[in-house]
Design a protein around this ligand. Sequence first.
Ligand code: PLP
Length: 372
Amino acid sequence: MLYLDNSATTQIHPEVKDAMLPYLMEEFGNPSSKYYSAAENAKIAVKEARHSLASLIGSSDSEIIFTSGSTESNNMIIKGVADFYADKGNHIITTKVEHPSVLETCKYLETKGFEVSYLDVDEYGRIELDDLKSHIKENTILVTVIWGNNELGSLNDIKSISELCLENNVFFHSDATQVVGKIEINLSNYPGVTFLSCSSHKFHGPKGIGAAFIRKDEYDILTRLTPLLHGGGQEQGIRSGTLAVHNIVGLGKAAELATKHLPDNIKKIKESEQYLVGILKEKFGSQIYFNSDELKKIPGVISVQFRGINNEVLVKSLAPYVAVSTGSACSSSKPSHVLAAIGLTIDEVRSTVRISLSSFIKKEDLDIFKQL
Ligand code: PLP
C-alpha cells in the first residue's frame, strides 16, 4: 500500500526509531532527578533535542517548551494568553480555516466572555492583510493564524501578518503544525511571531510529542502566559509533567534530519508532486480541479476535486492500494469547514480528495495512479 496521507501523520524515520530505543530501555532516568548518570544522560538528551528543534525553526533553545503536540500547544497558548491578559483585553482574532484545536479553543473562550473574530479567507484559504488590520482593536490581545493549511496546503503571508501584529503591539500565534520540517522557517526573521505550535509526527518523528515556541523579550524573559498544566514546574514552569524523554529524543532526531535534508526533500517532493499532477491531468483531464494555490503552498499537499465522483467512495476504493484522505484526519466524518470557507459547493466538497506526499515517496511509486 502506498501511503499518501502525510498531512495526517508521517512514517517514523528509521534513524528516529534508533535514536529513541535506548531511552525506552537502558537510559530510562528522569531528567528532573539529580546526580546519578541515568538522570544526567536523560537531561543531556533533552538538551540536545531542544537544540535540534530550535535550530530547525531558528529560535533560541530556551524558547522551546515541550508539549504533547500541537493540540496542547494551541490550547496552552490561546487559553494561557486569554487568561493572563484578561485585564488588558478580551478580543481574539483567528480565521475560519484553523484546525479544530484552535477553533474549539476559541469557541470555549467565547463561553467565558471573550470576543472572537473569525476572519474570512480567499479562494485558497488565505486571509487578507487589510481585513486583519481592520479587525485589530484596542482590546485585541491575540491574533492566531495558521501558517500552512492542513487541508489545502495554502500558506498564509506570515511575514506580513507578523509585522502588522508587531506594529500594533498584539501577540501573534501561528499554528505551524503542517509546515515545520516541510518549508524553511527561521523565526529570527519573524520578530512579530510571539508563539508557534508544532507536532513531531508531521515530520517523521513520534506521535504524542510536540512543542510550543514562546518568544523571549530583549531582557531574555519568556512572554508570560498562564500554564495549562500546573505541577512540578518543568519546562520553566510553563508545562509541568515528567518529560517524555524517548519522545523528545525522537522529535530532536526528526528535527535534526529535517534541518539537514530540507532543501533536498523539498526538491524531491516537488518533483514527485509534478509527476503525480501530470499523471492525474492525463488520466482525468477536465474532470479534475485543483483547490490549492500552486505557488504559495506546502510542497506535496494536493487538494483535488474529482468531479462527479464521491470522495468517500473513491478513498475507500483506493484504500487497498493507496492511502489518501477526504480531508483532515481529525474531522473526516464532518463536511470540511475549510473547503466550505473557500466557497466550494457541497458537491465540490464531496468530490475533494487530499493527497499528501513525503520524501519517502519515489516518483515510480506514483505510477500506480496510471493503473487505477
Ligand atoms: N494543527 C494542525 C494544522 C494540524 O494539522 C494538526 C493535526 O493534524 C494539529 C494542529 C493537531 O496536532 P496533534 O494531533 O499532533 O496534536
